[in-house]
Design a protein around this ligand. Structure first.
Ligand SMILES: C[S@@+](CC[C@H](N)C(=O)[O-])C[C@H]1O[C@@H](n2cnc3c(N)ncnc32)[C@H](O)[C@@H]1O
Length: 263
């Protein structure tokens, strides 16, 4: 997600007038004070308002290491690998996946997000993609000229499985942990229905936040992950980091793991 570091209150001795100037100069401080961040569960309207209120894109590149760090585990070299980035926002990782050894030299990537602003921003930033936009009954489709990258702009609850097709790899960074809890089961059902038999499901999950914590991402226990994704998957844990300091809470952790079918 856009995990721009919330800035801790500066405790240095400065006069009140100076403090006012410092605060006025940091639009992020005001942004993080917005009532939106007092909400625990965000629906698509909240995300739209988040992107509308955001002061800018700079400093909003995310602090996680992302999927490229775990390429060996996630993208095993094989014919015709196809990757899905649900709730992709504007993640740079969509441009990254390594070449596949099949008849084509690239990994086809499909993204999906319910808000157009981050998707438009991604394609405008990457002019080399020479994108076009197609209007759909339920949203829009952004496509690179070479068709390697396609990003649907629609509510994930509205897309038909047949449109998405099947994927070898799912990259779920801040997706499972961002979808409104009311829609979590449906989200898991939709995304797991797109998996090929021999799949890799890369998941970034944040857990262990204090019970009173609000805002995004949701804190979800491993127990909950296992319960939502079902017992038929093997979970391989790749790394866990203490992210409490950057989120200014007592406890918060970020784990990367891969799910794959049990043999
Ligand atoms: C944490 S952000 C995306 C992070 C991104 N995957 C990354 O790696 O940087 C979560 C995204 O979920 C999208 N979203 C939330 N609910 C959705 C829904 N029901 N359908 C489609 N997108 C949704 C939001 O618009 C937002 O861009």
């Amino acid at each position: 997600m856009c995990d721009h570091e919330p800035r801790p209150v500066d405790t240095r001795a400065i006069c009140e007038q100076e403090a006012e100037v410092v605060e006025a100069a940091d639009p992020w401080q005001e942004f993080y004070g917005d009532s939106l961040f007092l909400k625990r569960d965000w629906d698509l309207e909240d995300w739209r308002s988040y992107y509308d209120k955001m002061p800018g894109w700079d400093g909003c590149e995310g602090t996680g290491v992302g999927v490229s760090h775990f390429a060996e585990e996630v993208f095993r070299r094989r014919e015709a690998s196809r990757a899905f980035f649900p709730l992709c926002g504007r993640t740079e990782d969509m441009k990254w996946p390594p070449p596949s050894p099949g008849p084509t030299t690239w990994t086809p990537v499909v993204g999906l997000d319910g808000v157009e602003k981050p998707v438009r921003h991604f394609f405008e930033k990457h002019q080399d993609l020479e994108h076009s936009v197609e209007e759909l009954e339920y949203g829009k489709l952004y496509k690179s000229k070479d068709r390697r990258l396609q990003v649907f702009v629609c509510d994930i609850r509205d897309i038909a499985l047949v449109v998405l097709g099947k994927f070898d790899v799912v990259v779920d960074c801040g997706a499972f942990t961002s979808i409104h809890p009311r829609d979590r089961a449906k989200y898991v059902e939709t995304v797991t229905s797109t998996l090929q038999k021999d799949y890799r499901y890369f998941l970034e999950v944040c857990h262990g936040a204090p019970p009173s914590a609000t805002g995004q991402p949701n804190s979800i226990s491993f127990r909950e992950v296992k319960r939502e994704f079902g017992p038929s998957r093997k979970l391989k844990f790749l790394s866990t980091e203490d992210i409490s300091e950057e989120w200014a809470v007592d406890t918060f952790f970020q784990t990367y793991l891969v799910m794959e079918p049990k043999e």
